[in-house]
Ligand binder design. Structure first.
Ligand code: BES
Ligand code: ZN
Length: 595
């Protein structure tokens, strides 16, 4: 048995899936998918077994591709891995057909009652497969090292729109009354974590030469405005990386419980509605997901141990795209925000420094539980130090060559090291790459990012509360500056200073999600009574983990607010995504364990 991926039972000595044919019916009443999947293998079996990942699936029957029943068994469930499915393949077998259904506990799926959508008229279903949840959607080799093409046929209630991370095909009447059948095809080989599905009342609008935005009807206008620069972004990304190979770049604004800022599902990025600030101040998130079309979706981390290859490169590219759109002062300021996030995350992992390496060893560790910005921002700084060493022109050539060399492949950190060493011998040693990759924390040659505007805001924060920055100056600050100013303020803060702060930055009206989150975190840490109602409604309205975690953490740290945190969590947990529920549940539970 050869297992290269700590989060999958995929055996690299077995045949690998190269094509999947999926058919499933969406059952909103039972909150299940009833599925039939054909998995075609890359070579005839020599009479060995096939191991597939599953989690919380009901397997009904397994046949070969000619309809002959095959023997199979499910192993006992393991906490992170799920249940291994073992199928006995006869000699020369080219594939299997499995009929199964998902269960209510599918970790990849969230089923929403109309009440939990923006428009509250229709139910909604969406998937989130990264990092290891695809196995709760279908039996599959759920490791990013295995890539396959697929076709899908989805039967869904006819009032609803179905989108997948794939090229849409025709729709037709379903054999089930009141249902419609939607066909999709993903002609490029993708890893299982990039499979995605969303079903709900969605309208769409063409907003670029190769881009459409989908959203619930009441959000469509705002979404079309917010992301109108998408074609400019694709142009900028193509200049960096080479041609966009996925044909279309469409995206969909999800209901508020979507737990991330964005997810780079190929051809159909998923986005949180918290990006709709009305002023295009969050376009970096779309730029980020777009950049994954190369770094992540073409060149893929082989396992979550190499996650920095996906995210570090993508943050680097995101900032280059932002530089093209908004200028270098804006992208440098974004890097300052990133650096601040990195410092906080490094502090948070002070007791587990091995998790602050770029290359990690996640055996026995659930990647959802240790998710942080470290692979993003430390990865970014590492690439930036390499860029500084080689010079921009040479580094840009290296990045384009890296994409071309590893296109449609899954690679690990050693593949990256070997490649850079071949192209620029000695460069890695010159930037202390070993310390960056396999050492904890931040090496001493970490680039320092400067922003004159930020220096002023930080000086203003240091003078607070005895001195407030001039009103005109503070109100003119960009959301990033407001955020970093707030972040630098001492807490807890006296109630009167909270009130001054709120008035100074007009925080009551702010629509920028990170600014609002930072302000409510200060208010929570200060047990600032006038903000408690707003915090309550915010916690019930926002589902993005990044914007919930700091507020719950602050509430849990205060003796007078701890009970509120657990009361609100109880109240809102049913609407949170399972991943958010589990991470926040741990924060709330911890508050009681440590007292
Ligand atoms: N691929 C990630 C989201 C993800 C990572 C989901 C790991 C599950 C497991 C996505 O590209 C991402 O990084 N989103 C960020 C965007 C930000 C860095 C601009 C987010 O959601 O905050
Ligand atoms: Zn990302």
């Amino acid at each position: 048995m050869t297992r290269r991926d700590p989060h999958s039972c995929t055996d690299s000595t077995h045949a690998a899936i190269e094509q999947a044919k999926l058919a499933f019916r969406i059952d909103f009443e039972q909150r299940k998918l009833h599925g039939r999947v054909q998995l075609h293998l890359n070579r005839p079996s020599a009479g060995e077994v096939l191991h597939l990942d599953t989690r919380e699936l009901h397997i009904h029957a397994i046949d070969d591709l000619h309809g002959t029943r095959l023997p199979w068994k499910l192993y006992a469930p393991e906490p992170i891995l799920g249940r291994k499915l073992e199928i006995e393949l006869p000699k020369a077998c080219r594939g299997v057909e499995i009929s199964y259904s998902t269960t209510q506990d599918a970790s990849a799926l969230q089923w929403l009652e109309p009440q939990l959508t923006t428009d509250k008229t229709h139910p909604f279903l969406f998937s989130q497969c990264q990092p290891h949840h695809a196995r709760s959607l279908l039996p599959i080799q759920d490791s990013p090292s295995v890539r396959f093409r697929f076709t899908a046929q989805v039967d869904a209630p006819e009032a609803l729109t179905v989108v997948m991370a794939a090229a849409p095909g025709t729709t037709c009447e379903s054999s089930i009354p009141g249902y419609r059948c939607h066909r999709f095809e993903m002609p490029q080989a993708i890893p299982a974590y990039l499979m995605a599905l969303a079903v709900g009342r969605l309208d769409d609008r063409e907003i670029g030469r190769r881009s459409k935005v989908y959203a619930e009807p009441s959000l469509l206008e705002a979404a079309a405005f917010e992301f109108a620069q998408v074609e400019q972004m694709i142009d900028a990304a193509e200049d960096i990386f080479g041609p966009y190979l996925w044909d279309r770049f469409d995206f969909v604004v999800m209901p508020s419980s979507f737990p991330y800022g964005g997810m780079e599902n190929p051809r159909m990025t998923f986005l949180t509605p918290t990006l709709l600030a009305g002023d295009r101040s969050n376009v970096n998130v779309l730029a980020h997901e777009l950049a994954h079309s190369w770094t992540g979706n073409l060149v893929t981390n082989a396992t979550m141990n190499d996650f920095w290859l996906n995210e570090g490169f993508t943050v680097w590219a995101e900032r280059r795209i932002v530089e093209r759109l908004k200028g270098s002062a804006a992208s440098e300021l974004a890097a300052c925000v990133g650096r601040r996030g990195l410092d906080k995350a490094l502090q948070g992992f002070a007791e587990r420094p091995q998790l602050t390496r770029l290359r990690t060893d996640l055996r026995g560790i659930d990647p959802d539980e240790v998710f942080s910005v470290i692979p993003y921002e430390k990865g970014y700084l590492f690439l930036r130090v390499l860029e500084q060493h080689l010079g921009r022109t040479a580094f840009d050539k290296l990045v384009a060559a890296y994409i071309a060399a590893f296109c449609f492949r899954s690679i690990d950190t050693d593949d990256f090291i070997d490649f850079v060493e071949r192209e620029f011998p000695g460069a890695l040693a010159a930037v202390n790459a070993t310390e960056w990759i396999d050492g904890p924390g931040l090496p001493s040659n970490a680039p320092v990012v400067h922003s004159p505007a930020l220096d002023a805001a930080r000086r203003a924060a240091a003078a607070w509360p005895s001195e407030a920055p001039p009103l005109e100056e503070a109100r003119g600050w960009s959301p990033e500056l407001k955020l970093l100013f707030l972040d630098a303020l001492p807490r807890p803060m006296k109630a009167q200073d909270c009130a001054r702060l709120e008035a100074l930055l007009e925080l009551g009206q702010s629509k920028h999600c990170d600014v609002v989150c930072e302000w409510l975190t200060i208010a929570a840490a200060s047990a600032y009574e006038p903000a408690m109602q707003r915090i309550e409604s915010y916690l019930g309205r926002v589902g993005r983990l990044k914007l919930l975690r700091p507020i719950y953490t602050a509430l849990c740290q205060g003796e007078s607010t701890r009970d509120l945190a657990s009361r609100w969590f109880e109240l809102f947990a049913p609407g949170y995504h399972p991943i958010a529920r589990s991470v926040l549940g741990r924060i709330v539970a911890c508050a009681y364990r440590t007292v």
